[in-house]
Write a protein that binds this ligand. Structure first.
Ligand SMILES: Cc1cc2nc3c(=O)[nH]c(=O)nc-3n(C[C@H](O)[C@H](O)[C@H](O)COP(=O)(O)OP(=O)(O)OC[C@H]3O[C@@H](n4cnc5c(N)ncnc54)[C@H](O)[C@@H]3O)c2cc1C
Length: 401
């Protein structure tokens, strides 16, 4: 890469690229429509920033070419990212299941560290600059803004995010422009979004949180399966377990989709053993189920199964037992959709990875154009995977090979 780089998007991908390029000696201009850098990063992980995951690897992602993604992570995996974060003053730790956070437990300190590092590296910031056009000509690119004078550059990295959570700055505005430059754009759709469901039978569980295995079906066909935490709301289900399924839902608007929740995925054997022990006793069945389920769940499930709310263990017939377990391990929900771009964490769709070189993030369609982050058609599950992808592709783009 020549020694000048202009970047559109001061999110995790753009800021990381800027730092790698500037540290490599390039003169870097970083443009963003927001008045500050890292606006979305600030709200990630509910303000704690789940930055990456110890288990990061291509197989966890939805991507049309996993070999492409493997090349990215071989170059910039967990070790490389945590070392880079440390180099800008962000120390990290992992939870027992591998989710990685700043030691400060604060996304604000991460954004502050990036801002300080960009300043220290001499990156020129053009904030409050909303890009409305990109034209390419023989000498490079001319970037047009809503209000300011155009900016010209030879090398351009577009790291402008996707269409998720538009109030934070990324609205997919640059997708039509990338298309006009020669790229394919797969229409963006919500991913990592809460799911809307017919909650009529489940209203009593509003606010209840539990861990479950969740299976998504289209008719009788199993589309996908996850295990994790979820919360019941008035309009549907929220939390990582269902958000990780949402890109399948947004890909099939109006289809016959349903979920089966198994909250006994880890405790069914223990519950069966307890039930064997108490089978002849006058222990209320709801109390027994309460050994493995939140207190609001047993009364509702007993009602749905057609059992009396005060039914005792010694009243449970041999015929009723399999029926009860069949219901408890496959609580049924009719899915009506996702909560849309306004409430999703990332968008699926964007530029397909086969139009970008995994070695350096250079466009294979437009000379001197690079692409990184959520602008590309890659979606990871909850757990730090999406920030990792943004940081990794930004680092590779900024390394200038
Ligand atoms: C509420 C929420 C919580 C999340 N939590 C996590 C989490 O804990 N862990 C995780 O891994 N992921 C999380 N994510 C996802 C993560 O934030 C994204 O994957 C990541 O921000 C993508 O980085 P990016 O740099 O590609 O894009 P962005 O962060 O979207 O940055 C793109 C930048 O480009 C700028 N831009 C866009 N268009 C223009 C334009 N026309 N002109 C000028 N500038 C423009 C935007 O203002 C923005 O600053 C969360 C997302 C949300 C919404």
């Amino acid at each position: 890469m020549s020694n000048k780089l202009t970047i559109i998007g001061a999110g995790p991908a753009g800021m990381t690229a800027a730092l790698f390029a500037a540290r490599g000696g390039a003169q870097v201009t970083l443009i963003d429509g927001n008045p500050m850098v890292g606006r979305k990063l600030l709200v990630t992980g509910a303000g704690r920033a789940n930055l990456t995951n110890r288990e990061v690897n291509a197989s966890r992602y939805t991507c049309a070419d996993l070999a492409w993604l493997e090349r990215v992570f071989a170059r910039f995996g967990f070790v490389e990212l945590t070392a880079f974060l440390e180099s800008i003053g962000v120390l990290t730790y992992c939870t027992h299941d591998g989710w990685c956070y700043p030691l400060s437990e604060s996304a604000q300190t991460v954004v502050d560290a990036f801002a300080a590092a960009l300043n220290e590296a001499g990156v020129r910031l053009l904030l409050d600059h909303k890009v409305t056009s990109i034209r390419n000509n023989a000498s490079g690119f001319e970037i047009g803004f809503k209000t300011q004078r155009p900016h010209t550059c030879g090398n351009l990295l577009v790291a402008a995010g996707g269409s998720a959570y538009p109030t934070l700055g990324s609205r997919g505005q640059l997708f039509p422009i990338l298309q006009s430059l020669g790229h394919t754009v797969i229409p963006p759709r919500p991913a990592l979004a809460p799911l809307t469901c017919d909650m009529t039978p489940w209203q009593a569980l509003q606010g209840v949180r539990l861990d479950a295995n969740v299976r998504l079906y289209e008719g009788s066909q199993l589309l996908a399966e996850t295990t994790g935490n979820l919360i019941f709301t008035a309009w549907g289900l929220n939390g990582p377990a269902v958000m990780d399924l949402s890109h399948h839902v947004s890909a099939r608007p109006g289809d016959d989709l349903r979920l089966e929740l198994n909250p006994l995925f880890a405790s069914e054997d223990a519950l069966r053993a307890l039930l064997r022990e108490k089978r002849g006793s006058p222990t209320p069945l709801a109390v027994l189920l309460g050994a493995v389920l939140p207190p609001k769940v047993p009364p509702l499930v007993l009602k749905m199964a057609g059992f009396a709310p005060d039914m005792l263990c010694n009243q449970l017939s041999d015929k009723a037992l399999p029926y009860l377990f069949a219901l408890l391990t496959a609580l049924p929900f009719t899915v009506t959709g996702t909560r849309g771009f306004e409430f999703c964490q990332v968008s699926a769709g964007g530029v397909p990875v086969n139009e970008v070189d995994a070695l350096n993030m250079r466009s294979l369609k437009v000379p001197n154009l690079l692409l990184a982050g959520e602008t590309l058609d890659v979606v990871g599950p909850c757990g730090g995977y999406n920030l990792h992808f943004a940081f990794a592709t930004g680092a590779i783009a900024g390394s200038g090979e």
